[in-house]
Design a protein around this ligand. Structure first.
Ligand code: SAH
Ligand code: SF4
Ligand code: F3S
Length: 437
């Protein structure tokens, strides 16, 4: 058993976990392959945030039902693994390994058990006390590196499975975060993205006792780094000092993702979000008052149980008021174990769909208008890719916008990883186009 294939679903936390898992397997002598058919070990790192996400892994497993018994080993990792546990063996009997994110440090030992002939192995303990850090992490992107600063979530939003699938909050020591970030800068990474489900409640477990604002400011001072981002911020724990830090240091990217979920205080209360519409808007006010032009994005749920037409209109008016740079919007999906399952006033699927379309159309118009204001401006981009079909380079601005651009000189010379000034010449709802200057 020496080749593996891994497919990842879900958030950046999962993407980064897969980088750690892949690195761990490579260190164990495995090689990675690009197709599940070629692999001895097939791993799915799963997401359970909405029902659709959860169903993906089962449809993948279904495709390979006949491969069972031919020596191929199937492993389910991540949030569905943690949520469903050994029930996965009933649903998909050809799976041999089920392991949640808090148990990845035990993966090498679990693989030994499988090689020794054990048919079924699980790692589902959430109290492992281990923040999964590994010297083996194999990062997919050569310029931007994810760095975990905390695991788990101590909030209890009524709709959300994450506290069940990732467990209690555990902070990583500031020393360990700083050491990793410095090492990354020394090896050529210029962008770092600090990761946690609720980074604003970060607490350094060591005597240094840094809070998130302190950690962010210090990471931003590491020589060699050009951009530092972080995700996700919870409005309740978001402090003004973060905006001040961004204002004080251009290395901290001028972009904040601040999920609101609903524009109605009544719905926010039912969601147990611990802030009102006005408190949220107060934080938006801090961000907008900054000297730097900070891009703001958010997450929204429509059709939460009990959401009336009037509540929904408050969400629409919030979109108008904030003028987000981008949003992620979702239909409420009932999830196992969550408090919202017990709420009355479930909204019909069709009505959720109607509300989602309205939200997305309204935001699309906002983005078209806002982006058109950027035409003529020169933005610095980090070059992330090249599109053969269009002959354009793909860049990302500090505000986290995609800016596709043409570059006249230096034919054949790769621009990947470079920072270049680009003039915006055209604007669409989701991206910008331009030419390097
Ligand atoms: N920790 C982050 C993100 C969690 S999941 C935060 O607190 O913001 C990412 C997004 O998925 C959430 O912000 C929410 O908008 C959405 N989401 C979570 N549970 C959901 C559910 N049951 N149905 C629909 N969307 C959901
Ligand atoms: Fe889920 Fe809320 Fe925690 Fe975010 S803060 S992960 S939405 S429980
Ligand atoms: Fe999904 Fe788990 Fe992330 S449920 S969104 S992969 S924390």
């Amino acid at each position: 058993m020496k080749t593996f294939y891994i497919e990842t679903f879900g958030c950046q936390m999962n993407v980064h976990d897969s980088e750690k898992v892949a690195g761990t397997l490579l260190a164990q002598g495995y090689t990675q392959v690009e197709e599940p058919e070629q692999a001895d070990l097939v791993l799915y790192n799963t997401c359970s945030i909405r029902d659709k996400a959860e169903q993906k892994v089962f449809s993948r497993l279904q495709q390979f039902k006949r491969e069972a018994g031919k020596g191929k080993v199937f492993a389910v990792l991540g949030c569905v693994a943690q949520q469903e546990g050994a029930r996965i063996f009933d649903k998909a009997p050809h799976v041999s390994l089920v392991c949640g994110s808090a148990s990845y440090t035990r993966l090498p030992a679990m693989l030994v058990q499988l090689e020794a002939g054990e048919r079924r192995v699980t790692g589902l303990d959430l109290d492992t006390g281990e923040t999964f850090e590994t010297p083996f992490t194999r990062r997919d992107n050569p310029h931007r590196a994810y760095v975990t600063i905390m695991e788990g979530c101590d909030k209890s939003c009524a709709y959300c499975v994450v506290p069940f699938t990732r467990g209690r909050e555990r902070g990583r020591t500031s020393q360990s975060v700083m050491d990793e970030a410095r090492r990354l800068a020394e090896t050529g990474y210029t962008e770092i993205q600090l990761l946690g489900q609720n980074v604003n409640s970060y607490r350094d477990p060591s005597p240094a006792g840094w809070d998130f604002a302190a950690l962010l400011a210090r990471v931003g001072e590491i020589p060699g780094l050009r951009r530092v981002r972080f995700t996700t911020s919870h409005p309740r724990d978001f402090v003004r000092q973060i905006v001040e830090s961004i204002d004080a240091n251009p290395v901290l990217a001028n972009q904040i993702h601040l999920p609101v979920q609903s524009g109605s205080s009544r719905v926010l209360e039912r969601m147990q979000r611990q802030y009102s519409r006005d408190e949220y808007l107060e934080r938006i006010g801090w961000i907008k008052a900054a000297r730097r032009d900070i891009a703001i994005s958010t997450d929204l749920i429509v059709g939460f149980p009990g959401e009336t037409e009037a509540d929904f209109e408050e969400t629409l008016s919030l979109l108008d008021r904030v003028q987000y740079d981008s949003i992620f919007s979702f239909k409420y999906s009932p999830r196992p174990n969550t408090a919202a399952l017990g709420l009355d006033g479930q909204v019909a699927e069709e009505e959720k769909g109607r509300r989602l379309t309205i939200v997305q159309e309204q935001q699309r118009a906002i983005q078209i208008r806002r982006h058109s204001e950027l035409v003529g401006r020169v933005e610095e981009v980090l070059v992330e890719g090249y599109n053969q079909a269009t002959g354009q380079w793909i860049g990302r601005t500090t505000q986290n916008r995609i800016l596709n651009f043409t570059h006249a000189s230096g034919n054949g010379h790769s621009l990947l990883g470079e920072y270049l000034p680009v003039r915006v010449t055209r604007a669409g709802p989701n991206s910008l186009a331009g030419e390097s200057v």
